[in-house]
Design a protein around this ligand. Structure first.
Ligand SMILES: [Zn+2]
Length: 267
């Protein structure tokens, strides 16, 4: 969890200001004011200093209190598997998947970046951030197959040294906000479920988002994106943190040809 979560918090701040014009102070589960670089320049979110001085509305969203996570159910399941141990979400155990509420993300906002004019490039992101669930990884060969099918100026972001797909230009970015600056000038994007797809929604960039079966667009997807989710087990995402055969099947069911077609429709 990281930038995606904090961009979603910015979306909540935007929605809250629709009914209450005061700045939003984001707090952790204990009620302490939080701050994150994702909110730099965001006129809706109170900095810790503003929160201390001003008349603000408080909104809880942080580690251990994300709106889309059903912590109560996860606590019960954890207590069954590890009786007597203090609850944590940091255990990789097939018996302890993430569980989700029915909350759905609303478009966030990103202010602290250089604005780029809208261009022709299409951003592709075959990598996951470190620590992400392996069940979000579509697979290098599928990403490569995809870019060979669509004749657009593909661009990949990330720090110098990033492994780049054949036929894709690397634009080196050293921070997430750098990546957002490039993304904001893109014609479209194909992304795994993660921080960049939340950023694409916030920046109004059309995107095809590869969900697979681990998490659902009913929580983390945006209208206006093509969200490819194939739970194969009904409507619910499995939430698995360990490699999952069901997710592998779900990801295999999303073919490069389908993704290419969705992208062409979006552009
Ligand atoms: Zn799965």
């Amino acid at each position: 969890m990281g930038w995606g979560d904090e961009i979603m918090a910015a979306g909540q701040a935007r929605v809250r200001q629709g009914t209450d014009p005061r700045k939003v102070a984001v707090t952790d589960a204990a009620g302490r004011i939080r701050w994150h670089s994702a909110w730099r320049g965001n006129p809706r979110i109170a900095t810790p200093i503003e929160a201390e001085r001003g008349d603000v509305q408080r909104h809880m969203n942080g580690p251990g209190c994300r709106p889309y996570v059903d912590y109560a159910r996860m606590r019960r399941e954890f207590a069954r598997v590890y009786p007597g141990r203090p609850f944590t979400t940091k255990v990789s155990d097939a018996r302890l998947p993430w569980r989700f509420t029915d909350w759905r993300a609303e478009r966030g906002e990103i202010y602290g970046r250089k604005a780029a004019p809208r261009g022709e490039v299409v951003v592709v992101e075959p990598h996951l951030k470190g620590g992400a669930s392996p069940n979000k990884q579509w697979g290098w060969d599928r990403w490569q197959d995809l870019v060979s099918r669509v004749d657009v100026p593909w661009v990949q972001l990330g720090p110098p040294g990033t492994r780049v797909l054949d036929g894709v230009r690397h634009v080196a970015t050293v921070s997430f906000l750098d990546a957002c600056a490039v993304l904001s000038g893109a014609r479209g994007a194909v992304l795994p479920e993660g921080g960049l797809h939340h950023a694409a929604a916030a920046l109004g960039i059309p995107a095809v988002v590869i969900f697979g079966g681990r998490s659902s667009p009913a929580n983390l997807g945006y209208q206006g994106h093509v969200n490819l989710f194939d739970p194969a087990n009904g409507a619910s995402p499995c939430g698995q943190t360990v490699p999952c055969a069901h997710c592998a099947r779900a990801l295999a069911g999303i073919t490069p040809a389908d993704v290419a077609q969705h992208l062409e429709t979006l552009l």
